[in-house]
Design a binder for this molecule. Structure first.
Ligand SMILES: Cc1cc2nc3c(=O)[nH]c(=O)nc-3n(C[C@H](O)[C@H](O)[C@H](O)COP(=O)(O)O)c2cc1C
Length: 190
């Protein structure tokens, strides 16, 4: 009972990008194995579709017990619980250029963009790792495993800069900082 009281509740959002999926699942595995952490993973419709494109759905669902996929921006309903402080941490990783563009414009019409907006309105910080934030072309992988070089457009970089200035948003600049960010956050008092 005492231990339950101190459990940290983390909600981890995934949007429709194929970047760092394996690496995310590795960190989720660690979190699931920690009895002091309660992990929930939520995905946009396209997030779930892209995970399936990359054939990672089985790995994800084997690793994480609580997984929910968007039906509408408010179903499943996480916006409310986030707004009233039911979670200790809200991380969204990876974030598509599409979701970044919506967030910086104040649009809240998907499960993740809605949760981001409502969490911040409730006074919570949201940690975000955008997949498309490199100044140089990035090498990512196609669903078949072959490499794919992508140039990040100016509009995407401009949106990242706007995102960094938004209240309530903490942009994680490198994927290698995601794990540390989580560990640091869950060590903080509530
Ligand atoms: C296989 C696949 C890989 C994709 N990878 C990326 C990506 O790396 N970055 C990105 O911004 N969008 C990527 N997309 C496009 C997004 O999924 C698309 O813009 C979608 O509308 C995002 O919706 P969401 O932001 O609601 O999840 C990819 C799509 C597919 C099918």
């Amino acid at each position: 009972m005492e231990e339950k009281k101190h459990r940290k509740h983390i909600i981890w959002g995934i949007t429709g990008t194929g970047y760092v999926l394996d690496e995310c699942i590795d960190i989720m595995k660690e979190l699931e194995e920690d009895p002091n952490i309660d992990l929930t993973v939520i995905l946009t419709k396209e997030g779930a579709a892209v995970v399936k494109w990359y054939k990672k759905w089985l790995a994800l669902t084997k690793t994480v017990q609580k997984i929910k996929v968007e039906k509408t921006p408010n179903i499943p309903f996480y916006a409310g619980p986030l707004q009233v402080g039911k979670y200790d941490m809200f991380l969204v990783c990876p974030v598509s250029a599409n979701s970044v563009a919506k967030i910086v414009q104040g649009i809240a019409d998907t499960l993740i963009t809605n949760c981001v907006a409502q969490a911040i309105k409730g006074g919570m910080d949201v940690h975000i790792f955008p997949s498309d934030q490199d100044l140089e072309p990035i090498t990512t992988t196609r669903p078949d495993g072959s490499p794919l070089v992508l140039k990040i457009r100016d509009i995407e970089l401009e949106n990242i800069e706007k995102l960094k200035k938004m209240e309530g948003i903490v942009v994680i600049p490198e994927f290698s900082e995601v794990r540390e960010t989580i560990l640091h956050k869950i060590k903080e008092g509530k």
